[in-house]
Design a protein around this ligand. Sequence first.
Ligand code: RP5
Length: 177
Amino acid sequence: MSESPRRTSPADPAAPAAPVVGIVMGSDSDWPVMREAARALEEFGIPYEADVVSAHRMPDEMIAYGQGAAARGLRVVIAGAGGAAHLPGMLASVTPLPVVGVPVPLKYLDGMDSLLSIVQMPAGVPVATVSIGGARNAGLLAARIVGTGSDELAADVREQMVTFQADLRDQAHAKGA
Ligand code: RP5
């Protein structure tokens, strides 16, 4: 793979802002899907971090990531995985933060296995699941969650979201014209 998810998004590389969204995935191979979440956050200027934290291959690191996420200043976790996709649900069980799950489609079963693994959570352990391969919406949902805050970043995201939605409306009108 030419690209790796191991990176953050400093708006100003000289003074990197602390990430408020954590993007994690089960494998490097999920990055081509998951980078759309990163791109959405970049559009809104939201600092994020991205890394591989596999529920099955790195269980201790995965638990440590979930347990430490809020204390490190993250406000949302976006977790993507394919197949027996336990990462989002396991993270949701150990963090008080909202977790957005992205079902990553693999070679077999068209991502239905990933979707059902992520969406069928027991009551009490919620994961906000987006569509199969829907990492862009995961990024946009995380942006909206960040936008519920009371700080400057949140106000800025809310303002941008209004413009973003107006653009969507204009594009829909243009298509209908
Ligand atoms: C899952 O297994 C990962 O999230 C990935 O979608 C899938 C395949 O992983 P690799 O074999 O490509 O590393 O845990």
